[in-house]
Design a protein around this ligand. Structure first.
Ligand SMILES: CC(C)(COP(=O)(O)OP(=O)(O)OC[C@H]1O[C@@H](n2cnc3c(N)ncnc32)[C@H](O)[C@@H]1OP(=O)(O)O)[C@@H](O)C(=O)NCCC(=O)NCCS
Length: 185
């Protein structure tokens, strides 16, 4: 796949996924989960698919925001954001995926920044201890967004040790002429 010139990163879009898009999201989730099977033990069910039972909740719960990622109008990944209320209100990056053919071209960074801009406020990004690539990616993507390294703690939850990065998304952090995205109402 041809490399994406940096000047074309404006062609990276975060597209709200409607319930009609659920089959597309479900297909991309299979690729995402399959990637994770390289670093954690995951097996397909009898139907040959990885399970993601919480997917329908992304269209039935108002605290969940599913997005498809597009590059030049072609699906290139997915982004799931959740609003957590406890112990303090915080945006949580629940799932984040760039398909292999689009990686190391700035697409993930661009998508992350679009999501941070779309949801101003406190953020957390939880990354598996063993996901070294993602840890490196998030540390850099967050620092590029806020201008400083994110606070990081380690938490043993959801079945494994994770790094938890925390930072604040302020409107003033928005950069570039094409970065002003209206908030979801
Ligand atoms: C992690 C992921 C989102 C990165 O997406 P991407 O589009 O390749 O990211 P970018 O091109 O914006 O990378 C920006 C920087 O992050 C770092 N980075 C990205 N991928 C990396 C890797 N595999 N190893 C080490 N550093 C990496 C690099 O510093 C990179 O800059 P460089 O390419 O100039 O060296 C993508 O690899 C992915 O979807 N992985 C599988 C799913 C996953 O782990 N999701 C995160 C869950 S918390």
């Amino acid at each position: 796949m041809a490399k994406i010139p940096r000047s074309h990163l404006a062609q990276v879009d975060l597209v709200p996924a409607t319930s009609a898009d659920e089959p597309i999201v479900a297909n991309l989730l299979q690729l995402y989960i399959y990637d994770f099977s390289e670093i954690i033990a995951l097996e397909v069910g009898a139907d040959g698919r990885f399970a993601y039972p919480q997917l329908p909740r992304y269209w039935s719960e108002s605290s969940r925001y599913p997005f498809l990622a597009a590059v030049h109008g072609r699906w290139a990944g997915l982004v799931f954001v959740r609003a957590e209320a406890e112990p303090v209100p915080v945006w949580d990056m629940a799932e984040f995926f760039v398909m292999r053919g689009y990686r190391r071209q700035g697409v993930g960074t661009r998508l992350a920044h679009l999501a941070f801009q779309r949801f101003p406020g406190e953020w957390q990004v939880r990354v598996m201890e063993s996901n070294y690539a993602a840890r490196h990616f998030w540390e850099r993507a967050i620092e590029e967004f806020t201008g400083r390294p994110p606070e990081s703690t380690r938490a043993d939850a959801d079945g494994g040790l994770r790094h938890v990065y925390r930072f604040e998304s302020k409107p003033a952090f928005s950069r570039g002429p094409d970065t002003l995205i209206p908030s979801m109402g």
